[in-house]
Design a protein around this ligand. Sequence first.
Ligand code: DSN
Length: 449
Amino acid sequence: MAKDVVFDLIKNEKKRQAEGLELIPSENYVSKDVLEAMGSVLTNKYSEGYPSFEGVGTWKEEQIADEILPNYRYYGGQDNIDRIERLAIDRACKLFHADHANVQPHSGANANEAVYFAWCEPGDKILAMNLGHGGHLTHGSPVTRSAKIYNFIAYGTDETGDIDYAELEKLALAEKPKIILIGYSAFMKIPDFKRVAKIAKEIPGCLLMADMAHVAGLIAGGVHPNPLDFGFNVMTTTTHKTLRGPRGGLILSNGNIASPLKKPEKTIENIPILIDRAVFPGTQGGPLEHIIAAKAVAFGEALKPEFKTYAKNIVKNAKALADGLMEEGFVLQGGGTENHLVLVNVEKSFGIDGKFFEKALDMVGLTLNANAVPGDKGGAFRPSGVRLGTPAITTRGMGVKEMKQIAAWMKRVLNICLGVGKEELLDNAKDELDQIRQEVKDLSLSFPV
Ligand code: DSN
């Protein structure tokens, strides 16, 4: 019998990923081991609840097969699952210097929602970054469920592209939020966690939360500060961006660890237990244990010394890419980058919008995404910028030389856009675009996925 057409499409996607360059800063290529764990029989198992947390942070991995420990599960047959989830928890705690890790969130959005649910009551205030300034949808966009439940207040960035800390402080002291959230999906600076922690100290009962989805791999690799080292109580992240694991979420926290079966007093010290209860049964059902296994594998990879080199190279490449783009005349938001991500204001650079540029770059195999810049008049569908980054191309082993080449291709594509004038007319420049497409393909194939 013929195989399902889905497998043809997977094959095509594999080819696309191999023959083009993935510049979306939130994407990466996972290892074969991560893929294998994801595609394993663990997908067959139900495991609502949690393994025992006894000894978290001190488990000896070589003894894990022999240990017999209680669990807090609602289904039998958990011997292997418990051990796998404990490994994921323990490795995550080591990686991020946390007292506790909840590895069950299906995504970053679920992770954020669980933290809000753990700490806030409906109507409570949460101070988070403005979406238009680089924040994330789950940090208070009116189209989200959380924004209908909680009262989000937004701080922004200043003209240098950094967080407007004066505004943040003023809002925090005036509004007394239950959560101050530092997190973003298009921000190129390193936040001053110490300064924010000092502000939060002035507000009784204020939980300090960081959504580090974009830079978690840089934190794990030691090239970016860790908010948990500066007094933050909670850090959420996805596991598939710079961290290079399977698609999923993760919540790290500091405080007391105990059985999630008994409702604890609602104190900041009890936030790990409150979070466990908020993930399950608060906001999710059965955990995806095949994904949790893949998280454990990815965390194990991130604990190795090679990952530090990888993280360092991501940042080095991003700086080289930013410099290359500026040399080609592109205007960068914030004037460059301190992490893995670059935001180009194409409208300000050359008078064309980000969506047009994204489409043209797609035609040559350079994949990135159109993105709003602060104060953007173009809206979500016609933003003025494009966002790109280096996690995936660094995984392929590319370096500074290739970053300059990518910047040069982007300028050639930009010139084609200016030549045709309109997105609908890009086909008129098919030969020129095909020529660049071939060059991109040749380079891509010389750095196999
Ligand atoms: N979609 C992610 C990103 O691209 O930044 C955030 O959720």
